[in-house]
Design a protein around this ligand. Sequence first.
Ligand SMILES: Cc1ncc(COP(=O)(O)O)c(C=O)c1O
Length: 357
Amino acid sequence: MNRWEVGSEFEWSNRFLKSTVDSTWLPDTYELYSTGTASILAVYHLFVQQQKRPARIHLPSFYCMSVAAKLRKFLQVFWYQDIPTQPAPNFKSLQTQPGDLVVAFNIFGIRSNQPWLEWSAAHPEVTLIEDHSHDPFSDWAKQSKADYAISSLRKTLPIPDGGILWSPQNLPLFTAWGQESLGAYKRLTAMLLKRAYLKNNNVAKDAYRQLELESHGEMGFIEDTVVSSFTAKILPCLDVVNMRSRRAENINKFIHLSLNNPSDDWELLFDSWGPGNVPLNSVIVCHTGEIRNALRKYLIEHNIYTAVHWKQPDEGISSEDPLTLDLAQRILTIPNDHRYDTEDIVRMFNTISAFTI
Ligand SMILES: Cc1ncc(COP(=O)(O)O)c(C=O)c1O
């Protein structure tokens, strides 16, 4: 019998491979890197090579702080207010100068590109880099008009590493630098061991958790950005379409259950999204930070590993936007991805519903 334990890092499984190789969902021209952060830094390095070194980058206030911490080594980081409780960024807080880089983010894969189309048409003097990590194959990503677009692929796909950069404007790309990282292979080993653990094959949890933790530190080196051979080879074989539709079905189910059984402690962050998008996961917002922390702990006790997008401050960096900081304390991402079926979603929902503070 399999163990019922949901969330956290992906395990490896042949279940998500297609019988025929089909990479029509990838852009025509792209570069792969070990990480999403390296994909953003590639744009910086390209401009340095072209003697157009940018000095400043603008990031959304609701964003991964470890990315910001790495970018800060090369660029001055500025924040604009962008929170997923609002339909669009607060463009008044985005004050750019010619030559700046701006990261636009399809937060949780629920946003529309329209506000950015209008903003970028009025600001041709900056370089727009869209971050599609939360839904790399949305209509927005596929029809993007941005200078550059990136995704950290391992956020939605069961691969150990991988970032992708493409240019919807057909601008030059920059080849990955350095070498493959040992961290990616540690993570792959952890993914294989996790699969065995979930199959109950006498594999101790510590065996894969330790490797997973070590791989975190060893993968993000900005000197070594070459994607692992494993990811490069397996990427075109992944059944992306099926994984994406499974995710959509699961999220719809969770949302349906939540709307019919509202909680006193939390509410859904969103219950609908634009056409052509599939959200990353279901996301809830607790009424207080204490409730969120207690719920998270209770769910771990019930083998449900949720994620927090994203703790702030973290790694010594913060957007310092009060609305973002407040939301970051109360938000919780529920694992509704392709690994699970309707029965799992009902079980997750029933467990969450049984929580009392
Ligand atoms: C939205 C988003 N973009 C980019 C990145 C960077 O990805 P990576 O961890 O592959 O460098 C992250 C990392 O968490 C992320 O959450």
